[in-house]
Design a protein. Structure first.
Length: 407
C-alpha cells in the first residue's frame, strides 16, 4: 500500500512536469496564436511557476493540518479543468490567467507527495524517496519535450493540451478513490490524538523556519540549481539548440530532453548518497560544482559536436538533480510536526525563484537583439549567462551550509 499511494501521487507530479514544459514544445505555435514576442511568451510560461510557488507554504500548512489527500484530490480536479480550458484562450491575458490557475493547482503535487512519503515510509529513506519521486517528474519532463513536440505536429497544440488534461482527469480519479493520508494503524492513533496543528501553531512553525539562516541558504541553493530546468529545459533551450545547430525544433527538443534524462539517475543517486552518508552538504557541493562546469560549457564553448552536446546535457541534468537534497535538508531542519510547511518553504523558492529565469532570459534576448525578429547565437549566449551565474550562487550556498546529519 505505501508504494501504491506513492505511485498514484507521483503520477500527479508527472502530470505537473508535463504542464511545466509544455510551452517549450509548442512555443512557436503559441507565439503565433497569441501574437506574442519573446518577453510575453516568457511571462505566459513563467506565471505558472509564480502561482505554483506562492501556494507552497499554504499547501504545507494544509497538508499538516488536514492531511495531504483531500487538498490533493481537489487540486487535481481543478488543474484538469484549467488545463482543458487553456485551449479556449485567445489572448495573452487569458492565457496568463489560466496558467496562474493551473500552476496553483498543480502546486499541490510535490509537497503533498512528500508529505505522504513522510507518513508512509521510514525517515531514513526520505531522501531516497525524494529522489525516486523526482525521477517520475523528470520522466514527465522528457515526455513534455520531444514526444509533445511530435504530438503538436500531428494534432496541433489544442489537441495536445486536451490530451494532457484527459490524463490529468484519470489521475484525479485515482487520487480521489485510492490515496489515503496514513497507514490504517496510524489513522486509528491519529483519530485518538490531537487532529493536527491549528493556525497559530502553523504560524509559529513558519516563523521558526523564516528565522533560521540555514533555511534561507537551502532555499537559495534550491532556486539557483533548479534554474536550468525552468529557464533552459522548460522554455528557451529548444530555441537555443535549434539556432546553434540549424536543426528543427523537434530535433532540438530531443537534445534538450537529455537534460531531463540525466536527472533520472541523478535524482536517485543524490538522494541515495545523502541518506548513505547521513549528510547533506557534500552531495550539494558535488552537484553545484558539476552543474557549474557543464552549464558553462553548454553556453560558452563554440563548435561543440552535437554528439558531445547530448552528453553535456545528460551530465548537466544529472548534476542539477542534486536539488532533491534540498528537500531532505529542509525536512531535517523542520520544526516538529511541521515538515509540510518546511517542504513548502523549500519548494516556494525552488519553483518560484528558478522560474525567474524564464522572463529574465526573455527580456535579455529582446534587449540584446534590439527588437529583431530573430535572435543570434550571441543574443542567446548573453541571455543564458544568467544560468551560469545561478550555478555559481548554488555552489556558494552549498559550501556555506553546515554539515547536518539526517534524522
Amino acid at each position: 500500500m505505501p508504494w501504491a499511494v506513492w505511485a498514484i501521487a507521483t503520477l500527479y507530479f508527472f502530470y505537473d512536469y508535463m504542464q511545466q514544459v509544455a510551452p517549450s514544445a509548442m512555443e512557436p505555435q503559441l507565439a503565433a496564436h497569441f501574437h506574442a514576442d519573446a518577453a510575453s511568451m516568457g511571462l505566459i510560461s513563467s506565471v505558472y511557476f509564480y502561482s505554483y510557488a506562492l501556494m507552497q507554504i499554504p499547501i504545507g500548512i494544509m497538508a499538516d493540518r488536514f492531511g495531504p489527500h483531500r487538498p490533493l484530490a481537489i487540486a487535481a480536479v481543478i488543474s484538469t479543468c484549467a488545463g482543458a480550458f487553456f485551449t479556449y484562450t485567445a489572448t495573452p491575458t487569458e492565457a496568463i490567467g489560466v496558467r496562474i490557475m493551473l500552476g496553483a493547482a498543480t502546486g499541490f503535487s510535490f509537497v503533498s507527495c512528500l508529505k505522504l512519503v513522510s507518513n508512509w515510509f521510514p525517515p531514513e529513506k526520505f531522501a531516497t524517496m525524494v529522489g525516486l519521486t523526482n525521477i517520475i517528474g523528470m520522466v514527465g519532463a522528457v515526455m513534455g519535450e520531444a514526444p509533445l513536440t511530435r504530438a503538436v505536429a500531428v494534432s496541433g497544440w489544442q489537441g495536445t493540451i486536451l490530451g494532457i488534461a484527459a490524463f490529468g482527469g484519470i489521475v484525479a480519479l485515482l487520487i480521489i478513490f485510492l490515496v489515503k493520508d496514513h497507514p490504517p494503524v496510524i489513522i486509528q492513533k491519529h483519530t485518538l490524538a490531537d487532529k493536527g496543528s491549528g493556525l497559530a501553531e502553523a504560524l509559529t512553525a513558519l516563523k521558526t523556519i523564516a528565522f533560521n539562516p540555514h533555511a534561507w541558504l537551502n532555499a537559495s541553493y534550491a532556486a539557483t540549481i533548479n534554474m536550468i530546468y525552468t529557464g533552459f529545459g522548460a522554455l528557451w533551450g529548444t530555441s537555443f539548440i535549434a539556432k546553434l545547430y540549424g536543426i528543427s525544433s523537434t530535433n532540438a527538443a530531443i537534445v534538450v530532453s537529455m537534460l531531463f534524462v540525466g536527472a533520472i539517475p541523478g535524482s536517485f543517486f543524490f538522494g541515495w548518497l545523502s541518506d548513505k552518508l547521513g549528510k547533506r552538504s557534500l552531495p550539494m557541493i558535488i552537484a553545484g560544482s558539476g552543474g557549474l562546469v557543464c552549464v558553462s560549457a553548454v553556453v560558452y564553448l563554440p563548435g561543440i559536436p552535437m554528439q558531445l552536446m547530448y552528453g553535456l546535457m545528460f551530465l548537466l541534468g544529472f548534476f542539477c538533480s542534486g536539488n532533491v537534497v534540498a528537500y531532505a535538508y529542509g525536512n531535517d531542519i523542520s520544526p516538529k510536526g511541521a515538515n509540510g510547511i518546511s517542504l513548502g518553504f523549500v519548494n516556494t523558492f525552488l519553483i518560484g525563484g528558478s522560474a525567474l529565469a524564464q522572463p529574465i532570459i526573455g527580456w535579455m534576448l529582446v534587449a540584446s537583439s534590439h527588437g529583431a525578429k530573430e535572435f543570434t547565437l550571441a543574443d542567446f549566449r548573453y541571455s543564458l549567462s544568467i544560468l551560469v551565474v545561478a550555478k555559481a550562487v548554488a555552489l556558494l550556498a552549498a559550501l556555506t551550509i553546515g554539515r547536518t546529519k539526517s534524522k
